[in-house]
Structures are given as structure tokens and as C-alpha cells.
Design a binder for this molecule. Structure first.
Ligand code: NCD
Length: 320
């Protein structure tokens, strides 16, 4: 991390999504994150890389792990971190967001991390402020740092991404995690399957290079990685699943269904988990689970992203 100039200059000013990143950009962020893991494992975890820089976290949606992960990442890099608590009010979100953006911009932050329920919120903010913007999840659109931390977890456990068979299972329709992961895994040469009931299966998967399955055992067959998604009941307007119990029976990952995947398949979940809904405790806490590693990699990836965006070699106004 201290020898950051060894990494090539990241050619973007913001991180709004995985879409638009080249395989090289992604690999470079993962390499930087690998170095950041070592920092987090030292007893003294504070660097001076972002000393004097100001990071503002703007979370319009409830979040525990993502917000604390961004906060810790900033602090470990030596930045001054401020958490704006913006309770998600239901109306006039667009207007409120732009007003807030103007106010924050006047405080001259160097990096703004935003989570918002509207797709495109991060991109909109990026047009209105003078600093770097990181998308920490915008509606059902993208969640780039989650896909990066998932990729880092897989790469460290399996040694590679290319050629692996990854099954993404559950509420794909409402999932920004699934979207960002599909784009990233395709870019790095993995084979991606999606397993979901037809009501939670988005359209256009074929164009995304993804194979759809509606039966867990079929979709999991031969998989190297099983990525479970939370059933996002807060995003569901109608009834997408008949009952939680039935959902678990057909789509919940338990030891029996996991047997269809490779013996050494990784079990992943972005959190927060609904135990007994999309995943059984025996699997979530079992030997194949890398769910805690994902959390650890989350801090490292966010350090890598912020360090890459605020690279001192970048001239002001350059980049995307
Ligand atoms: C995910 C999110 O918010 O999109 N969680 C997270 O970032 N930790 C997934 C989810 O909410 O299910």
C-alpha cells in the first residue's frame, strides 16, 4: 500500500459501476486490495495514504456492513471520515439529493460514498460535485464494491476467476449485487448461471451471457461457487413468492442442495442473511462458507478503490 505508485494509474475518477471497467482495471483493483488485506492484518492498521483527505459517507438506505466497511477503510488510509445520517424520506428524493450534493460539495470533500434506493443516483451526484464518487449501491442497478470483494474472495480461495462456474441464486430480479457480479465475472472469464423462481428472474439474461435455471439442483450442478442472495422483501411490491417456507424448500441453500455443486464449492452471501429463508445455518456456518472472508475483503476492496481514485499522480480534472 505505501508503495502505491507501483500500481498503474486507475483511469477513472469515479466508481459508479462495474460496467465501464476493463478487465485490467478490475485486476488492478484486486491486486491493490490484496495489498490492503495485509495492512488490515497488522496490529497497527493506519496508513497515511489519504492523510488530509475528506471522505463523506452519504447513506440514504439502511446499511450496517457496507457503511462501516467504507468508514473503516477510510480511517485505515488516514482520511477524515464523516457519516451523514440521511434517514430515507419517501418523497422528493431527487430534489433532496441534488440539494444535499450542492451543500456537501461546498464543504470540499475529496470523496463521496453514496447509497441510494434510486438507480442512477450515484451517476447523478457525480455530475454535480467536484470530487470522486463511489457507488455503494443504487437501487437494483449496481453495487460495484460488493462485486469486487466477492471477486477478491473467490480469487484468493481458488487462485483464479477465469474458467470457474459460478451459480448466483435467489432474488436476482431485485439484486444490484447480482448485476454487478454478472458483469464482473463475465469480464474476467467465469461462466455464470443464475438460479431463481421465474417470478424473480430478470429478463435479458441471455444478452448478459448468463444461463438461467429454475431448479436449484440443476443450476448448482458442477458449480465452483454458490452465491446466495437475500430475498429483498422490502423491494417487492406484489407477492413474488407464495410463502417464505415454500421459498426455503425450493430455493433455500441447505446441505442437501449444496451436494449438487462441486465438493469444494465456495458458499457466499453478501449479507444481511435471512437464515432459514435463502440459506440454512448448517451451510452458512459450515466449512464451505466464506461469508466472513467476504466481510474482511470488503474493507480491503474499499481501501483499494479509494486509494486508486485519489491517486496523487492524477491531475485535477483528468479522468472520467
Ligand atoms: C447488499 C445490498 O445492500 O445490496 N448488501 C450489502 O451491501 N451488504 C445485499 C442485500 O441487501 O441483500
Amino acid at each position: 500500500m505505501t508503495e502505491a505508485p507501483a500500481f498503474p494509474l486507475f483511469p477513472h475518477r469515479h466508481l459508479l459501476g462495474i460496467k465501464g471497467l476493463s478487465p485490467l482495471d478490475i485486476e488492478m483493483l484486486l491486486d491493490r486490495a490484496d495489498a490492503a488485506v495485509a495492512v488490515s492484518r497488522q496490529p497497527l492498521k493506519k496508513l497515511a495514504t489519504l492523510r488530509g483527505r475528506t471522505q463523506i459517507n452519504l447513506f440514504y438506505e439502511a446499511s450496517t456492513r457496507t457503511q462501516s466497511s467504507f468508514e473503516l477503510a477510510g480511517k485505515r488510509l488516514g482520511a477524515d471520515v464523516m457519516n451523514m445520517s440521511v434517514a430515507s424520506s419517501s418523497t422528493k428524493k431527487g430534489e433532496t439529493l441534488l440539494d444535499t450534493a450542492a451543500t456537501l460539495n461546498a464543504m470540499r470533500p475529496d470523496i463521496l460514498v453514496i447509497r441510494h434506493s434510486a438507480a442512477g443516483a450515484a451517476a447523478l451526484l457525480a455530475q454535480k460535485v467536484g470530487c470522486s464518487v463511489v457507488n455503494a449501491g443504487d437501487g437494483a442497478h449496481e453495487h460495484p464494491t460488493q462485486a469486487l470483494l466477492d471477486a477478491l474472495t473467490i480469487r484468493r480461495a481458488k487462485g483464479r476467476i477465469a474458467g470457474l462456474l459460478v451459480a448466483i441464486c435467489g432474488d436476482v430480479l431485485h439484486s444490484r449485487v447480482a448485476r454487478s457480479n454478472i458483469i464482473l465475472l463475465n469480464a474476467l472469464g467465469a461462466r455464470v448461471r443464475v438460479v431463481a423462481p421465474s417470478t424473480l428472474m430478470p429478463t435479458g439474461l441471455a444478452q448478459m451471457g448468463v444461463e438461467p435455471f429454475t431448479v436449484m439442483e440443476d443450476g448448482l450442478k458442477g458449480a465452483d461457487v454458490v452465491m446466495m442472495l437475500r430475498l429483498q422483501r422490502e423491494r417487492m411490491a406484489g407477492s413474488f413468492v407464495p410463502s417464505v417456507r415454500e421459498y426455503f424448500r425450493f430455493y433455500g441453500l441447505d446441505a442437501r442442495k449444496l451436494k449438487a455443486a462441486k465438493e469444494d464449492a465456495l458458499v457466499m452471501h453478501p449479507g444481511p442473511m435471512n437464515r432459514g429463508v435463502e440459506i440454512a445455518s448448517e451451510v452458512a456456518d459450515g466449512p464451505q462458507s466464506v461469508i466472513q472472508e467476504q466481510v474482511e475483503m470488503g474493507v480491503a476492496v474499499r481501501m483499494a478503490v479509494m486509494e486508486a481514485l485519489l491517486d496523487p499522480r492524477r491531475n485535477e480534472g483528468d479522468g472520467e
